[in-house]
Structure formats: structure tokens, C-alpha cells
Design a protein around this ligand. Structure first.
Ligand SMILES: [Zn+2]
Length: 374
């Protein structure tokens, strides 16, 4: 069952207050007490809102406080990367109850990509025993360029045809709930702020390096977007102008030097003989260590520029590059200490991000939860 705009308004205030009387709700929203009584009655019957403690209002009569039912809301998050697409279902405490992942190639082979996506979502909901009618909202995080105003994907690297898709309208038509779209670096920053280590941090950056690089920059508690919603494009910051040409047209972009597949191929090109760089790293193979140190150096150069421009108090790093090859994390830190302005770097912390490979899913879920009820 879906909520109408007035019900959503009440739900947001109840969520914000965490215990509020009907009388106070009327005062805060400007609706009459009769209207509030009717709406809250409906919300309680439908289990969105629950009654809690009875408190004195000061004139004898006690009033019941209303709370949001933490398990009621049902959100679907879609994390669309350049290599994998992940689905996740969660309640409004962002507890993921079901998840599934696909390779993007499974979609690229379809003539109607969106229809294929919709069918897989429907099957996922059936397998998870979730009724699509009960979905309260869908959040989509995309590793690419997003037009935030028009809620359209502009470009996804490696997925050329996805840029023309009206994914928000199609999902809205099929599932009848609100659908929100944003770039995944920004949603990862939302996840860190809402659910992770950055709850009390106003100036921070989240960086995730897997098959691509995404970053979300929070300044004074606000996400950096820029005039065309392209701000924070860390993967295409120039790190070494003498390095190879990136698919964006520029030379020596960070993303052209350090992604998970790039590190792997650098290791092989330099004569590495192990099956993977991770395997070689575990036995301290010299070539693997050299590749990791060069990668950490490149990331450190790019982040030193971020630090000098935005002066974050924490940078959260995540993704398989850091998880499987921790020396890259250490080399990144060392390079920052050498290169970033010492007044900006002196107190700055470099930490692992909170959710590992789930950062994108929690990001997509945080996007819809924040938009609907926070
Ligand atoms: Zn580039």
C-alpha cells in the first residue's frame, strides 16, 4: 500500500521527532487536529506508525506519543556499476533482508535492457517473498553521470546504450512507488553519513575503487554536486600526464591507472607469474608489491588535491583494491602525508569505509529512505 503526500509529510515529522503527540503534530504541520487524528489513525491501522508512551501535556490529560514502526517500510536499492548490478531489500533501519547480484553483461545482451531489468527485479521480489505492492520506494545508484534534475542517466562508462534509458519512469510505472536516482559516489557518502562512521562528521569524502572509481564529497553536511552534477569526478583527475589515454579522452586519469582490473593487468604486463596479484601479494612477490606501491602513490596524489581543495576531516576508502591489497591503503596514506598541505592533513583521518562491497547498496537504500522519510 502506498502513502499519499500528506501521509508522507506526517511520517517524516514522526521520524524526525522520534516520539511526538498528535497535538504537537498539528502544531508543527499546520493541519487541524481532526485531520491529524484521521491521518494518524490510517497510519496506525496500516502499521506505519505505532503508539508508545503516554505523557502528561501539562493540563492533566495525558497524550500518547507516536513513533515510526522501524520494520514497516520496504525499500528496494539498485546499485548499478560498470561491471556488476546489485539488488537489495531493506527496512527503514537499513537492515538488508535480501540481496542478489548480476553481471552487467547479462543485461547488455538483451534487446530491451530495461524490460530485462524489470523482469529480474520482479523475480527477485518473488524469490524474496516480497509483494511488489508493498514497496515504499526504490533508490538507484549509478556509477556514471546523472542528470539529477531530470532524474535521467546521462552516461554509464562501458554501458553506452544505458545513457538513453528512462529508468526512473519505467520503474515508477511498473511498481507504482517513488523512484530516486543519483550517482553512486554521492549515495555512498549518504550511506556513510546516515548509517556509517560519518554520522557526526560534516566534511568528509568517500572513495570506492573497484572496476571504476567513485567519490562522494560532503562539505558542511551537504553533498558537492557542481553546476552539471559532475563535481567530485575523482577517477578522471590527472595523476600523470605522461601515462596512457583514458576512455574519457584525457591522458593519465587516476581511473586509467588504478582500478582492480588495471592493477591486475599491470602486474601481468610487468612479468608477474602468479594467477592473480592478490595471490602474489600474499607471498610478498616483488612485482606485486611494486604495482601496489605505484597504485597507492597515484591514489595519494589524487587525494592530496582533494584534501587541499576541500579540507575534509576524514576520507573513507573502500573497495576490493584496499580490502585485498592493504599495502595500497598504507601507501596512499604515506603519499598524502608527503604531498597534501600539512595544515589540511595534520588532523585528517584516513579510514576504511563502513560497508565494504555493500556500500553501493546501502547508498541506494539511503537515497530512497532519506528522500521519503528523513
Ligand atoms: Zn579519464
Amino acid at each position: 500500500m502506498k502513502l499519499n503526500p500528506m501521509e508522507i509529510e506526517i511520517v517524516r515529522v514522526v521520524q524526525k521527532c522520534d516520539g511526538v503527540s498528535r497535538k504537537a503534530l498539528a502544531g508543527m504541520t499546520g493541519h487541524s487536529q481532526a485531520t491529524i487524528t484521521n491521518i494518524t489513525k490510517m497510519l496506525i491501522e496500516r502499521n506505519y506508525v505505532v503508539e508508545g508512551d503516554r505523557v502528561s501535556s501539562g493540563r492533566g490529560r495525558k497524550e500518547v506519543l507516536l513513533y515510526l514502526n522501524p520494520e514497516k517500510f520496504k525499500f528496494l536499492g539498485l546499485d548499478i556499476g560498470g561491471y556488476r548490478i546489485r539488488f537489495a531489500l531493506a527496512d527503514n533501519l537499513m537492515r538488508i533482508t535480501h540481496e542478489r547480484e548480476y553481471l552487467v553483461d547479462e543485461f547488455n545482451e538483451q534487446s530491451d535492457i530495461l524490460e530485462s531489468l524489470l523482469e529480474k527485479i520482479e523475480q527477485f521480489l518473488i524469490d524474496s517473498q516480497w509483494n511488489p505492492e508493498e514497496l515504499d520506494g526504490i533508490g538507484i545508484a549509478v556509477t556514471g553521470i546523472v542528470d539529477k534534475e531530470r532524474q535521467r542517466v546521462v552516461n554509464i562508462p562501458n554501458l553506452n546504450t544505458w545513457g538513453e534509458l528512462d529508468i526512473v519512469s519505467r520503474l515508477n510505472d511498473r511498481f507504482g512507488c517513488r523512484v530516486y536516482l543519483d550517482e553512486s559516489g554521492r549515495t555512498m557518502a549518504l550511506a556513510e553519513k546516515a548509517e556509517g562512521k560519518a554520522k557526526d562528521v560534516e566534511d568528509f569524502t568517500v572513495v570506492h575503487i573497484a572496476y571504476g572509481i567513485v567519490a562522494g564529497i560532503m562539505i558542511n553536511g551537504q553533498l558537492l554536486r557542481g553546476a552539471n552534477n559532475v563535481g567530485g569526478l575523482l577517477g578522471h583527475v590527472t595523476v600523470d600526464e605522461n601515462a596512457g589515454r583514458c576512455m574519457c579522452g584525457n591522458y593519465g586519469c587516476l581511473e586509467n591507472m588504478v582500478t582492480y582490473p588495471r592493477i591486475e593487468s599491470d602486474y601481468k604486463e610487468q612479468g608477474g607469474t602468479f594467477e592473480s596479484i592478490v595471490e602474489a601479494y600474499q607471498v610478498h612477490d616483488k612485482i606485486a608489491l611494486d604495482v601496489c606501491i605505484a597504485s597507492g602513490n597515484a591514489i595519494g596524489i589524487a587525494l592530496s588535491n582533494v584534501i587541499n581543495l576541500f579540507n575534509p576531516s576524514v576520507i573513507y576508502l573502500g573497495g576490493p583494491v584496499f580490502e585485498h591489497l592493504p599495502i595500497i591503503f598504507e601507501e596512499t596514506k604515506r603519499t598524502i602525508l608527503l604531498r597534501a598541505n600539512r595544515y589540511a592533513a595534520v588532523d585528517m583521518k584516513l579510514e576504511q569505509s563502513s560497508f565494504g562491497h555493500k556500500q553501493g547498496m546501502i547508498g541506494a537504500l539511503s537515497l530512497v529512505r532519506n528522500a521519503l522519510i528523513s
